[in-house]
Design a protein around this ligand. Sequence first.
Ligand SMILES: [Zn+2]
Length: 413
Amino acid sequence: MNFIAIIILCAIAVDFTLNLVADGLNLKHLKGDLPQAFRDVYDADRYRQSQQYLKINTQFGWITAAFNLLLMLVFWFAKGFPLLDQWVRSFQLGPVLTGLVYMGLLLFCRAVLSLPFRIYATFGIEARFGFNTTTWKIYLTDLIKGLLLALLLGAPLLAAILAFFQYAGAHAWWYCWLGVTIYMLGVQFIAPTWIMPLFNKFTPIEDGALKSAILSYAKSINFPLENVYQMDGSRRSTKSNAFFTGFGKHKRIVLFDTLIKQHSVNELVAVLAHEMGHYKKKHIRQSLILGILQTGLMLFLLSHFITYDGLFKAFYMPQQSVYAGMIFFAMLYAPIDFFIAIVMQVLSRKNETAADRFAADTTKDPLAMVAALKKLSVHNLSNLTPHPFYVFLNYSHPPVLKRIQKLAAHKMA
Ligand SMILES: [Zn+2]
């Protein structure tokens, strides 16, 4: 076994152990009695249900992770990578097309093997806790649409990257970076009008108290809002959410129909104020720029490792190729990605607090935000008492009790 293989195996082991430890601590950290702040919205039964939900999801996560790990190790050490390579090369399709077929087959097999787990998560766990509203028909059409979209959007991008690294020499990573950046911006630009409507129905919300409250709030903070849309999230789940899409003048705010049903007008305005806060505080631009920089770093490092013989030897590959190099490099890059993700989560939690504060300041009603957060947590059976280490590794938002505390303190200040 060579040096690169040992590094990758150690990284996998560390990652697996850290997550296991975090999960274990998180489960141990569950508190028997309901936190004071939630006494008015939770009953003991539903609170116990939320803990059950966490336990089941954590255990299911362990099974899934162990299965994936085992599968990967078996494929690796049974020399699956070179065997598949030999077979795909026998079609003599040329380097780019061979790469597309090779990577496509691996991705497809992984998707098929993970399908039973995903089905159980939706129709087993989510259904058991009353969240799932997806029918088999919706589920299957989603799968087919997702597959077609991956082919239509993913394959050309992958082909371009393979071609650059195959033919463009030392400058390849640079061209790729530019190409990927333009491509990502383009996809984000067309997503609200071309991609998202493939999966959900978006309708402008009707004139009435909610719409006028939102528009007058947007005006009060000088937010150029084109329209507010309602999305039929209830097609798949009773869980609720709100988000923000589009660029420039075409900004849209989207509310799940499930959210509108559960919250008062003031609470909905507070939720939207939080979303607009992300925009006003330039968090959206910030994460876009950081994403572009990360892509650059990854492509730069990829360009240095893609012809490194040790990387191919680690996976028993007798012949070098751009496509296999990309896959193996991704495994070597995973630890770097792990650290970047932690830093990004720290930043994200900070931004969430800032957006909460923005909502409290501009609506002058921090308690509406508190009420919205409480209802959301209860409805979605969120964990009220996550362990700090688990939060450190996994949470993009601060734990809800912390957010409520800060909002309440803000009210007094
Ligand atoms: Zn947020």
